[in-house]
Design a protein around this ligand. Structure first.
Ligand code: CA
Length: 227
């Protein structure tokens, strides 16, 4: 199976050159020319490696890299315009696997791609601890919720509630079930707390990202839809 490489580079000539060289090496190539489209494509699980230019219109490469890292361990090789230490440090601080300075020899880039893909195979054996529903992602190790790599600020209770909904996505959960799992047997407060927290989650997720996840089933309870 061929690896798919995503090129995020606004300079069309460089992007085209890379595309041809990588295709010649047998990789499948996809290229985009700005940070925002790059970020959207990077979330797809079919991407094996990303070549990311630092200087991009809109969201710059450093920021793109930081956001990808919030929910993905895909190898990232950054292209820096000049051989300046600060670019390198910034690139690596944001979680890039490697960087290469323009102008670069294609052989060197190809070698680094092979190294990064080899590391990925090793890393892939560690199972990632995330739950997904469409573009919504929960990282259970980091206690981090994201939508399209944008972080969602949740309290611990909101996170636990969202986790329960996502673990049982497309299933209707009653208030009693939710109370028991999220608040625990010892909770003797008002059962309206479930509805209150549903409102919090809707405003932080459905309303903010204009996508309906949490549905009410009248007289029964709630469900999070992933279809
Ligand atoms: Ca550029």
């Amino acid at each position: 199976m061929s690896h798919k490489i995503l090129i995020i580079e606004d300079e069309q000539k460089i992007a085209r050159f890379l595309e041809l060289e990588l295709q010649y090496e047998g990789y499948i190539v996809e290229k985009v020319h700005d940070g925002r489209s790059g970020l959207e494509r990077a979330l797809n699980h079919d991407i094996s490696l990303i070549i990311l230019d630092v200087m991009l219109p809109g969201i710059n490469g450093v920021e793109v890299c930081r956001r990808i890292r919030q929910s993905s361990e895909v190898p990232i090789i950054m292209l820096t315009a000049k051989d300046s230490t600060i670019d390198k440090v910034m690139g690596l601080d944001t979680g890039a696997d490697d960087y290469i300075t323009k102008p670069f020899a294609i052989e060197e880039l190809l070698a680094r791609i092979r190294v990064a893909l080899k590391h990925k195979r090793v890393a892939a054996q560690r199972t990632s601890n995330t739950i997904r529903a469409k573009n919504l992602c929960l990282d259970l190790d980091k206690y981090l919720a994201t939508y399209n790599n944008e972080q969602i600020d949740l309290t611990k209770r909101e996170f636990d509630f969202l986790r329960y909904l996502m673990e049982n996505k497309n299933m209707v959960l009653s208030r009693a079930q939710i109370l028991e799992k999220v608040w625990g047997y010892s909770y003797f407060g008002d059962t309206n707390v479930v509805d209150v927290y549903i409102r919090y989650l809707r405003s932080k997720i459905d309303d903010r990202f204009k996508e309906k996840f949490i549905h009410t089933v009248r007289g029964v309870g709630y469900l999070l839809k992933d279809e």
